[in-house]
Structures are given as C-alpha cells and as structure tokens.
Design a protein around this ligand. Structure first.
Ligand SMILES: Cc1cc2nc3c(=O)[nH]c(=O)nc-3n(C[C@H](O)[C@H](O)[C@H](O)COP(=O)(O)OP(=O)(O)OC[C@H]3O[C@@H](n4cnc5c(N)ncnc54)[C@H](O)[C@@H]3O)c2cc1C
Length: 267
C-alpha cells in the first residue's frame, strides 16, 4: 500500500519519479477504488494534479488537443470538443465522478468497459507521450498494444479530429452499471473504422467487420451476425454479462447498426 505522495509540479518531474513501485494518480477514481490493484501494489503515488500544462483544451486547426488532466465534465462543458467525445464522456453517468475522472486516467486504465477508448480508437486519436527518453506521439491503439512492454509512459495530451462522422453505442443494465459492450464507428478517409470494449473480453479492433463493410457496403445484417457468430479469433465466454452467443449477437447487430447510421440508412 502506498505510503508516500509526490505532488509533481511538471510532467517531466512526474515521469522522472516514476518507477515500478510508483503509480500516477490523476482524478483518483480508479486508483482509489476499493480493492484497486494499482494502489495496493504501489509504494508511492505521483499526483499529476499540480503538473503545469496538462489541463487545457486547445483548438489546433482540424484537431482538438485535450490535456490528459482534463476531466470528463470539462470535456462536456467545452465548446471546442466535438459532440462525439462529449457523448462518450456522458457514458459516465455520475456528475461527481465526471468532475474528478480525467481523460488521461481513462485511457491509461485500459478497461474492458472503457467509456472513452472505443471512440478514441475509432477516430484514430493521437497521444502525446512522455517517456524517460523524451516525448513521442502515438495512436491511442498503439498505446494499448505497448502499455505493458514499453516501460513507463505519461500521457500528456490527446488530439482528436474535429470534422469526422462518428456514432457510438453502449449497453449496460443501468446508466451506472458496467457495460457489456461499448462500440464506436467513425467514417475515415479509408472507410469505416470500428472498435469496441467487451466486458471480460477486452478492447477490440473489429478489423474483419471493417473489411467486410468496406468491401461490400450493402452487406446484410444476417451476414454480419453470422460472421461474428463463427469468428474463431473472438474469445468470449458465458458470464454474468451474458452468454457467449448473446455477446456475439450483440456485437454483430451493433456493428451493422452503427455502419447503417454512418451511411445514413434507416435501421
Ligand atoms: C464505481 C466505479 C465504476 C467505474 N466504472 C467504469 C466504467 O464503467 N468504465 C470506465 O472506463 N471506467 C470506470 N471506472 C474507472 C474510472 O472512474 C475511470 O476509468 C476514470 O476515467 C479514470 O480516470 P482518473 O483520472 O480518475 O484516473 P486515476 O484513478 O487517477 O488513474 C487511473 C490509472 O491511470 C493512470 N494514469 C492516470 N493519469 C495518467 C496519465 N496522464 N498518464 C499515464 N497514466 C495515467 C494511473 O496510474 C492509474 O493506473 C469506474 C470507477 C468506479 C469507482
């Protein structure tokens, strides 16, 4: 259990102090959660609250740059942030939590019921990352892929496109419950981009479905549902969130529905 708290004054000080027995704390809603692994394993908490320059939202041409310490509520209230990200931020139903939880903390938590990652992946959001060796830019999806192997990383900011068509869908028993599926689709220059978070399965890139929609925009719902039903690369299981068959069906019909919406078709 953590016994020390370091109030870092700059992102550089924070990454400089990071080691295997220290964890960053942003809004603290995940780190301070009862039974959180992060807090239990740490000796030191490195607070990012007083780090200069991490909580601004800036217009950057055709992109919006959002500092990692911006809260969900700040995102919702900013006139600069596109509606699609505000919609995803609203998936966190508690305003009290939205006033604390940050976009950087949500990304780094890499949860399989993540509020924001499906949409950030779908729009190919770029992260500014600070490592011991310096700053680099990487797509949000690459951050997830390298989170375990790339050593300590501090997310400084997230850049997202302004003018992009995006649709999202989240399924949970109540607004406060964990979602069984959160999925987002965006229309990029290359065609549809499709990502999701499936509870107890993971954060997923639906590359086969993306390919199927791009190759045949008139593909039927039955064909998509069947593709997911027989997909061997998808490792779902029966659990309290639903059966394997239910989750596969939900992924199929949701992907089809989001694609239809993006294409402006009635569903
Ligand atoms: C009851 C409850 C239900 C929840 N349900 C959900 C849910 O359904 N979906 C969901 O996505 N989340 C959920 N959460 C978790 C949490 O509220 C959110 O993920 C939140 O966005 C985390 O942001 P934070 O600023 O509070 O992060 P923190 O708790 O401060 O940090 C979370 C993690 O990110 C790391 N971190 C924080 N900032 C950075 C940074 N800038 N760079 C690198 N690493 C960083 C921390 O070290 C820690 O490992 C829930 C939490 C609670 C208490």
């Amino acid at each position: 259990m953590a016994t020390q708290l370091l109030m870092a004054k700059s992102p550089e000080e924070a990454i400089g102090a990071k080691n295997a027995s220290a964890v960053f704390i942003a809004g603290g809603t995940e780190v301070n959660r009862l039974g959180s692994d992060a807090a239990a394993a740490a000796d030191t908490l490195i607070s990012l609250k007083k780090c200069a320059g991490l909580n601004e939202i800036e217009d950057a041409g055709d992109m919006v740059r959002i500092g990692a310490m911006c809260t969900f509520q700040q995102i919702i209230e900013s006139a600069k942030v596109p509606e699609y990200l505000k919609e995803a931020a609203h998936f966190m139903a508690s305003r009290t939590k939205r006033n604390m939880a940050t976009i950087g903390g949500n990304i780094a938590a890499l949860r399989d019921d993540s509020y924001l990652l499906p949409v950030l992946f779908a729009v190919h959001a770029e992260l500014e990352i600070l490592k011991a060796g310096g700053t680099e830019s990487m797509p949000a999806y690459s951050y997830m892929e390298s989170a375990e192997s790339a050593g300590d990383m501090l997310i400084a900011a997230v850049s997202i496109p302004k003018d992009i068509k995006v649709v999202s869908k989240r399924y949970a028993n109540t607004a406060q419950s964990h979602a069984v599926l959160t999925m987002s689709a965006a229309m990029t220059g290359e065609g549809i981009s499709l990502y999701g978070a499936v509870k107890n399965v993971g954060l997923l890139y639906f590359c086969d479905l993306e390919k199927a929609f791009r190759e045949n925009p008139d593909i039927s719902e039955d064909e998509i549902v069947e593709m997911v039903r027989v997909c061997t690369g998808l490792e779902t299981a029966d659990d309290m969130f639903g059966s394997d068959a239910y989750k596969r069906y939900l992924i199929g019909v949701t992907a089809f529905g989001l694609h239809s919406k993006l294409a402006g078709k009635e569903v």
